[in-house]
Design a binder for this molecule. Structure first.
Ligand SMILES: *[C@@H]1O[C@H](CO)[C@@H](O)[C@H](O)[C@H]1NC(C)=O
Ligand SMILES: *[C@@H]1O[C@H](CO)[C@@H](O)[C@H](O)[C@H]1NC(C)=O
Ligand SMILES: *[C@@H]1O[C@H](CO)[C@@H](O)[C@H](O)[C@H]1NC(C)=O
Ligand SMILES: *[C@@H]1O[C@H](CO)[C@@H](O)[C@H](O)[C@H]1NC(C)=O
Ligand SMILES: *[C@@H]1O[C@H](CO)[C@@H](O)[C@H](O)[C@H]1NC(C)=O
Length: 493
């Protein structure tokens, strides 16, 4: 501790004060950092960053997003192969496809030669990016089950690998490239957007919410899930490097899946910081277009697919009860719902004074949506992956409410400054809705500001792309050169 203190003096004064206070008073640092509203996790990160010793990135235990990378493209440009089941035509595609699009277009813009192996059943609507001479698409027809036809994509890949220069690095989004093909490739990284072990938490929540007496079909499904985990534990080692999209998934890959730590890297998702940013006038326009009355002092936002496993039955029930039991809440709160799905109609049933169902929004409208709300809630019960909507709200400067899932509490809502978390029951959700309402706009704005500051360091598309670029440089074929890229020289922020 004493050695660290001297290092700290020239850096974040906040850190100094906290460390000194805890040293003098012997009250633990965690307490003081809480007292000052200072993020304990940032403290840990600052410690890492401010040590002068170089870091071996492959053994870096935390998310790479905490590191600082140069904005200048590297001297060495890579030839990258990407395997992804589907390439999205629209920007509002979610999850894995959105990740592939955001990340790889950013890498192409930085000058890397990109080859995308993907499936499409129609070649008419395919985006070709006419303004870029990069990326190159290698299209094949999907299998009946909707996967990449492994024999065909492998042939396409080998043909490209043999023409001109070979690939420096191979990236597969989930099992885009099956393990049977990835087995002997050292310069390969797979990104996991959800692993079976995480899903067990979702299963437990769903069973409890159904509240039925024992159902044989249910216990069969649960048994199958555990088998799936074991299957994954067996085949995952066939991928050389693993990118976990949350800190929790990284931990599970190392401990439960027993993958050696130097092959597991945490890179959190990022979203486009040029689109999702604070803009008061955009929010005001959105508000007046919708005609939201002045009497509404808190606007709660919900976005995404309105389906059961995203937690909408629970959300619906909690809102219905709160609106019914408390007229003051009803008069001063309005909920905006963006997206579509079966629960849209149910929400409409709560009355347009209480809930406005907006349907799916284009990216620009979505930016308006995030700007008008005071707090964003994502009631998802899916424990896997890292939801993009949470990150979009953060970059717009809004605090969050979300379920206590390990990926969320471990990587996003890491403290009370970022927002609120609740156990997925109607009772707990109602409690958190009341709490947010009682806290009011001023506190929400303060949290939102904190969320954006943290988000701009961690969750931008630029940061995500820079982290992946560095990983790709590090694991790429040329070992002599790659070595340098695996060593990170800490910067002083
Ligand atoms: C689509 O691709 C197939 C084969 O890849 C080709 O035969 C067909 O002519 C293409 N259709 C159009 C409209 O480009
Ligand atoms: C790609 O080409 C290089 C150079 O010819 C070769 O060493 C490598 O094995 C090839 N990769 C695959 C997966 O075939
Ligand atoms: C579950 O069902 C029982 C009886 O059917 C009921 O008493 C209990 O309140 C229910 N629990 C929840 C959490 O809904
Ligand atoms: C804010 O939004 C308005 C309305 O959409 C737009 O005209 C303006 O350029 C935006 N400002 C910034 C800084 O992006
Ligand atoms: C609504 O809830 C608030 C805060 O919990 C409470 O002060 C108020 O009395 C309630 N109003 C009604 C009508 O129940």
């Amino acid at each position: 501790m004493a050695k660290d203190q001297t290092v700290f003096f020239s850096f974040r004064s906040c850190c100094c004060i906290l460390v000194l206070l805890s040293a003098i008073s012997s009250i633990p640092l965690l307490y003081w950092s809480y007292f000052f509203g200072y993020d304990y996790y940032s403290y840990i990160q600052t410690t890492v960053n401010n040590k002068k010793e170089p870091i071996n990135l492959l053994r870096f235990p935390n998310a790479w997003n905490h590191l600082v990378f140069s904005s200048v493209p590297p001297q060495r440009l890579l030839k990258i192969a990407l395997f992804v089941k589907k390439w999205p035509a629209e920007h509002h595609a979610g999850g894995l496809e959105r990740h592939a699009l955001t990340l790889h277009l950013a890498l192409a813009k930085r000058g890397h030669e990109l080859h995308i192996f993907t499936a499409s059943s129609s070649n008419l609507s395919f985006p070709l990016y006419p303004t870029m001479n990069n990326p190159h698409f290698h299209i094949s027809r999907p299998t009946a089950a909707g996967y990449l036809d492994q024999a065909i994509v492998w042939k396409q890949f080998q043909a490209e690998n043999a023409s001109g220069r070979p690939f420096d690095v191979i990236h597969t989004e989930s099992v885009g490239l099956r393990y049977t093909r990835s087995k002997n490739l050292n310069n390969l990284a797979v990104s996991w957007h959800g692993i079976a072990y995480e899903t067990i938490h979702s299963d437990i929540i769903q069973v409890l919410l159904r509240n039925t007496t024992e159902d044989p079909a249910e216990s069969h499904a649960l048994t199958e899930r555990v088998k799936k985990v074991i299957e994954e534990v067996k085949f995952f080692p066939n991928y050389a490097h693993h990118v976990a999209t949350s800190d929790h998934a990284g931990d599970v890959l190392k401990r439960i899946y027993m993958i050696p730590e130097e092959r597991v890297h945490v890179i959190l998702n990022g979203v486009n910081e040029d689109i999702f940013k604070p803009n008061v006038s955009k929010g005001n326009d959105f508000r007046s277009n919708l005609g939201i009355p002045e009497s509404k002092s808190i606007i709660v936002g919900l976005a995404g697919r309105l389906v059961k496993d995203k937690g909408h039955p629970l959300m619906f029930e909690a809102l219905q009860q709160v609106f019914k039991e408390n007229s003051t809440f009803r008069d001063s709160v309005i909920v905006l719902v963006a997206g579509n799905g079966p629960w849209g109609i149910r929400y409409k049933g709560l009355g347009s004074n209480n809930v406005m169902v907006l349907g799916p929004l284009e990216q620009d409208q979505l930016a308006g949506f995030y700007n008008v709300i005071d707090v964003f809630i994502n009631p998802t019960l899916r424990a896997q992956g890292l939801d993009h909507t949470l990150l979009e709200a953060i970059l717009t400067g809004k605090p969050l409410i979300a379920t206590k899932l390990a990926s969320i509490t471990g990587s996003i809502i890491v403290n009370k400054e970022m927002g609120y978390t609740y156990a997925p029951t109607v009772k707990e959700l109602k409690k958190v809705l009341y709490k947010v309402w009682e806290d009011g706009r001023e506190i929400l704005q303060k949290k939102g500001k904190f969320a954006r500051e943290r988000g701009m360091k961690l969750f931008t598309a630029t940061k995500m792309a820079a982290a992946y670029e560095r990983l790709f440089l590090c694991i790429s074929g040329d070992e002599k050169q790659a070595d340098n890229y695996c060593i990170y020289q800490p910067q002083f922020i």
